[in-house]
Design a binder for this molecule. Structure first.
Ligand SMILES: C[S@@+](CC[C@H](N)C(=O)[O-])C[C@H]1O[C@@H](n2cnc3c(N)ncnc32)[C@H](O)[C@@H]1O
Length: 372
């Protein structure tokens, strides 16, 4: 109804421009225009501001002209005015200024990405290592691609660096590079190098350089719209004959109980506002992305990681991982007034009971392919 009213009686050119602008914003939120606008209105001032900021930063990253970005934001502003006139919105949108957008773009390139769901926290180091051990134990290996004595390995979004440290020990003569927005653990093997970089701005390496490119768990940092370009970038730096491997989970847990479902739902709500995938598209598309980027011999596998003591050591590691992960998500939601501290604590307590008494598990998709 709001969109209908907003677009009614517009001159042809205005109608076309408004329709295109709203469709673009809806694509960013991964929904049909009506649903995207309804969701945006129900979010409130903090989430609204953050969403528009993430959207504007994304437009700048895609190289859109300033005039286009300003027009898209002006359309949103006009739409919000109509929503207020119709009493469909009881809050007002604090539109990010040009300076705020520039600051967010700058901050993203120097420290962290505005799109990243869980900016690193001191505890995050432990959580990521725990998750690494659980995945390695389940897989029985650090990767699946048939890599043979590489001389250069690149781990994109390397986190603590633990994956790369282990690969460095396995191939002591190889140069192993971990790239991330933030530094990982300090005690690095001798042939391991950490490089600061923002994947969304391209990789700081020449083409055809790397024997093995690995990227795991970037679903919380790479917006859905960027995935094809990001995978093409991984392939660009891979040398002919080299391999690329991707590892990502979907946005749900198998056999999830109600508290777990609610926590994932809250996470998804916020992730969507950052343009991140919450519907399993990336998980489903891993092999497709590699094929589209020109790789051959593409293989896809799935592993299922148990959550709860019933799943032995790995299951217990995953409980620690998820408890810490959801605690961080609840802090982020609380800081944006989307959840109270008490509600967050209750949900995590209930979810832990579910993990002990249910038989939940988390599926991960793994796909690898070779550059011809
Ligand atoms: C969930 S962690 C996964 C870490 C590691 N790959 C692993 O599997 O243990 C995601 C990592 O990606 C990094 N990251 C997020 N967005 C990024 C970006 N745009 N460029 C580079 N790194 C990014 C974060 O700083 C974080 O260390």
């Amino acid at each position: 109804m709001l969109l209908e009213r907003f677009l009614a009686n517009r001159a042809d050119r205005t109608l076309q421009a408004y329709t295109a602008d709203i469709a673009d914003f809806a694509r960013f939120l991964q929904q049909a225009p009506d649903a995207a606008v309804a969701r945006f209105l129900s979010g409130g001032p903090d989430l609204g501001h953050h969403t528009v900021l993430a959207y504007a930063v994304g437009l700048r990253q895609q190289g859109r002209a300033r005039a286009t970005i300003n027009r898209r934001l002006a359309t949103l502003r006009a739409l919000m005015r109509t929503a207020q006139d119709l009493h469909l919105m009881e809050w007002s949108l604090d539109m990010p200024s040009e300076d705020q957008i520039s600051a967010a773009v700058e901050e993203r390139s120097t420290s962290e990405s505005v799109h990243y769901l869980l900016p690193r926290h001191p505890d995050e180091i432990d959580r990521l290592d725990i998750q690494h051990y659980a995945l390695r134990e389940t897989l029985g290996a650090n990767y699946l691609a048939p890599v043979d004595l590489p001389t250069t390995v690149l781990d994109v979004g390397c986190g603590t660096g633990q994956w790369g440290f282990e690969v460095s020990v396995k191939f002591p003569n190889a140069l192993v590079i971990g790239l991330d927005l933030m530094a990982g653990k300090p005690d690095r093997p001798p042939r391991y190098r950490w490089v600061k970089g923002n994947l969304l701005e391209g990789l700081p390496f020449a083409r055809d350089r790397i024997d093995f490119v690995h990227q795991r768990l970037l679903i919380t940092g790479v917006p859905l719209a960027f995935w094809p370009a990001v995978v093409a970038e991984l392939v660009r730096v891979t040398r002919p004959g080299g391999w690329v491997e991707l590892v990502e989970p979907p946005g749900w847990i198998d056999q999830q109980g109600p508290a777990t479902e609610r926590l994932l739902g809250l996470t998804a709500e916020f992730s969507t506002s950052l343009g991140l995938d919450t519907t399993g598209v990336v998980f489903e598309s891993l092999d497709g992305y590699l094929q589209e980027a020109g790789l051959a011999r593409v293989v896809r596998r799935q592993i299922s990681v148990p959550i709860g003591r019933w799943g032995g050591q790995v299951g217990s590691l995953m409980v620690t991982d998820l408890r810490a992960g959801f605690t961080r998500v609840c802090e982020v939601l609380k800081a944006r007034s989307l959840l109270s501290a008490e509600e967050g604590r209750d949900l995590i307590r209930l979810a832990q009971e579910e993990w002990e008494h249910g038989r939940m598990s988390w599926t991960f998709g793994i796909a690898f392919g070779q550059k011809p």
